[in-house]
Design a protein around this ligand. Structure first.
Ligand SMILES: *[C@@H]1O[C@H](CO)[C@@H](O)[C@H](O)[C@H]1NC(C)=O
Ligand SMILES: *[C@@H]1O[C@H](CO)[C@@H](O)[C@H](O)[C@H]1NC(C)=O
Ligand SMILES: *[C@@H]1O[C@H](CO)[C@@H](O)[C@H](O)[C@H]1NC(C)=O
Ligand SMILES: *[C@@H]1O[C@H](CO)[C@@H](O)[C@H](O)[C@H]1NC(C)=O
Length: 180
């Protein structure tokens, strides 16, 4: 009896692993473009903002900027998510995040997903203040962190970075999520 149970457990694990691997193959979640736009060059110096295609389903973002003055406490990040349907029309989602509060204790569900996606590739893993280099190295998108219900499509995630109540930097991430 118990041997058979053991075999059944073994087979269902194997099935789960095979299912997971085939799911892994069927999902494509990658950057298609990434645009950085510095508004205030006396605060932000952009050193690198470049995508590199690694293979058919993977692109890496390398991002490197210098904060020429420290960002002590007032950081607002305006998030807008668009889905392309004959152009990027109305946003699907919009929120304003208090950056310093967020890195202390993440609090918005969409911002938490975005943060999980890039955190391990970046040096944005501490609390305020921020100064000097802000880096993302070989950042590629991993679908494990996504909610289950993201429809297949082309998306744009706009982040506007506001320090001292003024827009200083814009980053526009274009990505595709394709599930067969
Ligand atoms: C991407 O494609 C490569 C082969 O080109 C494959 O080995 C890899 O598992 C794929 N990655 C994902 C996330 O689908
Ligand atoms: C641009 O950045 C400088 C700091 O280098 C700051 O003093 C100034 O207020 C900023 N200008 C705007 C319009 O935000
Ligand atoms: C970031 O850019 C600066 C200036 O170009 C460069 O000196 C530095 O090595 C870069 N850092 C990384 C980790 O690529
Ligand atoms: C933050 O990231 C840097 C660079 O990846 C790493 O050296 C450091 O240990 C990390 N710090 C924390 C608190 O996780």
């Amino acid at each position: 009896e118990s041997k058979r149970d053991g075999q059944q457990t073994y087979f269902s694990w194997a099935a789960a692993i095979i299912f997971f691997l085939s799911l892994n193959d069927a999902v494509q979640f990658k950057f298609t473009n990434f645009v950085c736009d510095v508004v205030n060059k006396s605060w932000v110096k952009l050193n690198q903002c470049r995508l590199r295609a690694v293979n058919r389903n993977e692109t890496h973002l390398n991002f490197n900027l210098t904060l020429l003055h420290p960002v002590k406490k007032e950081v607002l990040v305006e998030i807008q998510l668009f889905k392309r349907e004959n152009g990027y029309k109305p946003w699907l989602y919009k929120a304003s995040i208090d950056g310093c509060r967020f890195v202390k204790k993440p609090y918005n569900p969409v911002a938490i997903i975005v943060y999980k996606l890039f955190k391990t590739y970046s040096n944005l893993n501490h609390t305020c203040p921020f100064e000097g280099f802000i880096l993302l190295k070989k950042f590629n998108l991993k679908f494990e962190y996504l909610p289950n219900a993201l429809p297949t499509g082309e998306y744009l995630l706009k982040l506007d970075w506001i320090f001292s109540k003024k827009l200083q930097l814009r980053t526009n991430a274009y990505f595709s999520f394709i599930e067969d």
